[in-house]
Design a protein around this ligand. Sequence first.
Ligand code: SAM
Length: 380
Amino acid sequence: RYKEKWAGTAPKISATRLALQNFDMNYSVQFGSVWPSIRVSLLSEQKYGALVNNFSDANRVSQELELLNAVDFVYESQKAAWHMQWDSRVEGVRGEETAPQETHSEQLSVEQTQAPSLLSASISPNIKCYTFSKGDVSRFPPARPDALGTLGYYLLDAASLLPVLALNVQPGDLVLDLCAAPGGKTLALLQTGCCRHLAANDISASRSNRLRRVLCSYVPKDISADVHITSWDGRNWGELEGDTYNRVLVDVPCTTDRHSVMEENNNIFSRKRLKERQTLPMLQMQLLLAGLLAARPGGEVVYSTCSLSQLQNEYVVERAVEVAETQYNISVHVEDLSYFRRLFQDTFSFFADCRLGELVLPHLTANFGPMYFCKLRREQ
Ligand code: SAM
């Protein structure tokens, strides 16, 4: 017979342990033989990246970071991809019969002008982030303020820049960051220098204040004054301001897998947050749907989480696309981001088998993530 009194006094299992048990059960099925390696990485020290603040003396900051032997992974990845593309085209041209009306050098100069634009066309510009190379577990010192009190770089999980890069913000864009606090990605969006208008929203007023403090430490007043910070429930955004934005970032609340196995404090696996955890996929789907409704036709939306869970990643995307189509008559195209895997393979370890979107897996030599991101285009 069930003895309530005994159950009440039984030793409580910690939230971090519960998280690990839950992940062992689900992720061993989802990732098979790769799970033990992800698991040990989740439990090991995370790596950071230093996002250069273009509103400070960015050249000096970059030089200081280079003295530490860190490299700007965004720039280095594009350079490597450019070289790869260049080499393969040179090989291709060498292997081909020369067209009678064109010389080799004419063909090469056409390729040379086309290659960089091909590679830089689809990621947000002007973002510089320094990381230590694979296997190097050095840490960045905290950023120091310059004479005006502005900090030179912002430390964050470098994988969390991938959703911002995937958003491909272009000059003059109206941008919405639907779940913005504490503000790492909002700050990265501002680094692009492209946002004609940036709306940064987070349901939590206290976390929105953290976002204000971040902007205050990194961004000149005239720029941060133009960021429209609100604390609304993002699920209602589509009704309040539909068909408006060129770009929408939907960086949803999730099981924050790395935090959940390491920190008791504010852990979503604590018993009192059970209901919240169980309803997460529904909340995530509603937020993504609101983001799609807030985008104008032709607008692009990036959905992201820092969880490995398929239930919070691909399934949420699939369900939101389905509801957008059936209930709102909006057709949505899920974009192929596999070029991200090729572009950033030297910095991050990617999961090869995502059905939709891309997933950065924690790995001992590149201990970033988890970070899932998927890009959607609203067709009409
Ligand atoms: N994008 C942020 C960054 O890069 O610093 C991190 C966002 S965090 C993963 C998710 C955020 O969603 C939390 O700050 C949480 O307060 C917010 N949130 C939760 N429910 C929300 C809702 N219904 N509407 C808007 N924001 C919500």
